[in-house]
Structures are given as structure tokens and as C-alpha cells.
Design a protein around this ligand. Structure first.
Ligand SMILES: Cc1cc2nc3c(=O)[nH]c(=O)nc-3n(C[C@H](O)[C@H](O)[C@H](O)COP(=O)(O)OP(=O)(O)OC[C@H]3O[C@@H](n4cnc5c(N)ncnc54)[C@H](O)[C@@H]3O)c2cc1C
Length: 292
């Protein structure tokens, strides 16, 4: 649709054409978008989205695609994928949105700054974690933030954390108006050995998680309840639709055996919601984000 136009006007940006969601998303299903752009710096990300907005090109900003369910078939939007953004250590605690949790944690360890270790093993970019308020064991990314820098309505804005509307698995960025450029973290002084030990502890706690292609937890925990326990209690572990199965090891994970379509996964999500409601009168809400 945009082929020649992109070749002429957007040639300075790294591009993947087409972008195959079944290869790039952690769940391993979904169709094709015409193009994905990979900005390398914050300045390039701003330049790219400014132009896409001016040209009226619809786009999704994505990180490592580990909490998204892309639809089967053609996806009409362009993809802005931050995961190749470069990070150069400069002694500050400002990190670009595309940095992976692993690179972020190594940087914090070298800087002898502690507090982010719970991100160990969450397969995210910082931008995805900031959008989702990612976390584990009762710790969430909102708790280690000073401010988030976004591009919103034509301006670069630095939002103090109190203005980011963070609650459980929720952020202000879910209104879709902001592209997250980066964030300044609020961490405490420590030493490399302590940080390494904390990272190891968090890694150990993840050993029980299901292997294979998934999106992590599909549903948010309802107030005072654990979604996985409700799904298990409804007898759904092992339930399969096409190539998608409710994991036997963690009922809040849906695992793709490499043959699942997005439609299989969506159908299974619908069945889980119905069965949990029938048994407990509780409406499960998806944590994952749909890409259509
Ligand atoms: C095996 C596995 C284990 C997991 N374990 C955990 C866990 O322990 N805790 C947890 O919280 N999550 C977990 N997850 C889910 C997932 O990793 C997190 O939600 C993560 O924060 C998503 O980051 P991402 O970079 O992959 O974002 P993506 O999946 O690429 O995007 C998620 C959402 O963020 C938006 N977004 C991404 N970047 C930007 C940006 N720069 N600007 C604006 N919007 C943006 C996207 O539009 C999308 O709506 C797990 C997933 C898997 C596959």
C-alpha cells in the first residue's frame, strides 16, 4: 500500500518488509503487516513518528512483542518496533524505550544501582514494561520510576511518575496517544555482587514457568483472586483449540505448539472467560493487547 512512498520518503529508517507476526511475536501467530520500521535512537524514533503522523499513516508502537496477540491475515497498520534501539552507557539512569530488560539490568549492575532486579527474565523492552506496568512478586515497574519521556500530540513531554496513572497492570499510556521514548529510573546504591545475587534469586523463581511460545499471563488477576487458580479450578488445564493449549504447568498461560492460529488462541480465551464466569461469576479481563 505504501511501498514506493516509503522507499522514497522513509529510506533513512531501517525497515522490514513485510513484517511477519508469526515469526516476530512470542506467541508465534498472526499475519503480515506491510512494513516495520526499526528506529535506532530516541531522535530517530521521534523523527519517524512525527512523519508517520503528518502523513496520516496508522501505526502500532511495539517492543519485543511478548504481550500481544496479532490477528491472522493482513494488519493494515505500520509497525514501529523499538527493540533495536541502541543504548550507550553514560552514567545516568535514563534509558531508551527499546532497551531490553537484560541490557538494562547489566547496565544497572555495572552502575551499582539496585531496584530493577525483579525484571530479570521478563522478556520485555523497557517501553513495553512501562506501558503494561510489568512486574512480578508484588513489584511493578512504576515503583522504580522517576519520570517517563513521551512523544504526545506533537511534543516531547517528561511526565513525573505521579502523572502516569499507574495502577495494577495499567498506565496512562493505554489511551494510545503517547509513544514512550524512554524513562529515568529511581534506584538505590548497591554493589555488583548484591545485584547479581538478587538477579539470580529472581531468575530461580521463574524456573517453573511454561516453556514454549506464549504471551506470559493472558489474564489480569481479579481483585483478591489469582486468575491461574480460577482457570485451574474450572478444570481447564490442558484444554486445546487447534494448536493452542491452556498450559498444564501454569493455567494463566496459553501455549502455541507451533500450529496455532491467532483465531485458535482467541477462541480459547473466549472459552476460558465463559467457563470461569459460569463457575465463579467472575469476569476475567485480558492483560494481553490485541493487534488488529
Ligand atoms: C514467557 C513470558 C513471561 C512473562 N513474564 C512476565 C512477568 O513475569 N511479568 C509481567 O508483567 N509480564 C510478563 N510477560 C509479559 C510481557 O513480557 C510484559 O507485559 C512486557 O512488559 C511486554 O513488553 P514488550 O516489550 O514485549 O511489549 P510488546 O508486547 O511489544 O507491547 C505491549 C504493549 O505495549 C505497547 N508499547 C510497547 N512499547 C511501546 C512504546 N515505546 N510506546 C508506547 N507503547 C508501547 C504496545 O503497543 C502494546 O500495547 C511475560 C511474557 C512471556 C512471553
Amino acid at each position: 500500500m505504501y511501498g514506493v512512498f516509503f522507499e522514497e520518503k522513509y529510506q533513512r529508517f531501517e525497515r522490514e518488509t513485510p513484517f511477519d507476526f508469526s515469526k516476530r511475536s512470542s506467541i508465534g501467530c498472526g499475519g503480515l503487516a506491510e512494513t516495520a520500521f526499526y528506529p535506532r535512537t530516541v531522535a530517530e524514533l521521534v523523527d519517524l513518528i512525527k512523519n508517520l503522523r503528518q502523513d496520516g499513516v496508522p501505526f502500532y508502537t511495539l517492543g519485543n512483542l511478548t504481550n500481544v496477540l496479532p490477528s491472522d491475515g493482513a494488519i493494515q497498520s505500520v509497525i514501529v518496533c523499538t527493540k533495536k534501539m541502541r543504548y550507550e552507557e553514560n552514567g545516568t539512569l535514563f534509558f531508551p524505550s527499546g532497551i531490553s530488560s537484560t541490557k538494562l539490568l547489566w547496565a544497572c549492575q555495572r552502575l551499582q544501582k539496585s531496584g530493577a532486579e525483579f525484571l530479570e527474565g521478563i522478556p520485555c523492552t523497557l517501553g513495553g514494561a512501562l506501558y503494561m506496568n510489568a512486574g512480578v512478586s508484588g513489584k511493578y515497574v512504576a515503583e522504580i520510576l522517576e519520570s517517563v519521556t513521551v512523544y504526545r500530540e506533537g511534543e516531547i513531554i517528561v511526565l513525573p511518575v505521579k502523572d502516569c496513572d499507574y495502577t495494577y497492570k495499567h498506565s496512562a499510556f493505554m489511551d494510545g496517544k503517547s509513544v514512550i521514548l524512554g524513562a529515568s529510573l529511581r534506584l538505590i546504591n548497591s554493589d555488583e555482587a548484591n545485584i547479581a545475587a538478587a538477579r539470580k534469586r529472581y531468575k530461580g523463581r521463574r524456573a517453573h514457568l511454561p516453556q514454549g511460545r506464549s504471551m506470559g499471563c493472558v489474564f489480569k488477576n481479579p481483585d483478591g483472586q489469582i486468575a491461574g487458580k480460577l482457570i485451574d479450578g474450572a478444570g481447564l488445564k490442558g484444554l486445546r483449540v487447534g494448536g493452542a493449549t491452556v498450559s498444564e504447568t501454569h493455567a494463566n498461560f496459553i501455549v502455541n505448539d507451533n500450529r496455532a492460529t491467532a483465531n485458535d488462541v482467541r477462541t480459547l480465551i473466549g472459552i476460558i472467560k465463559q467457563a470461569v464466569f459460569a463457575q465463579y461469576k467472575i469476569r476475567l479481563e485480558e492483560e494481553i493487547r490485541y493487534i488488529t
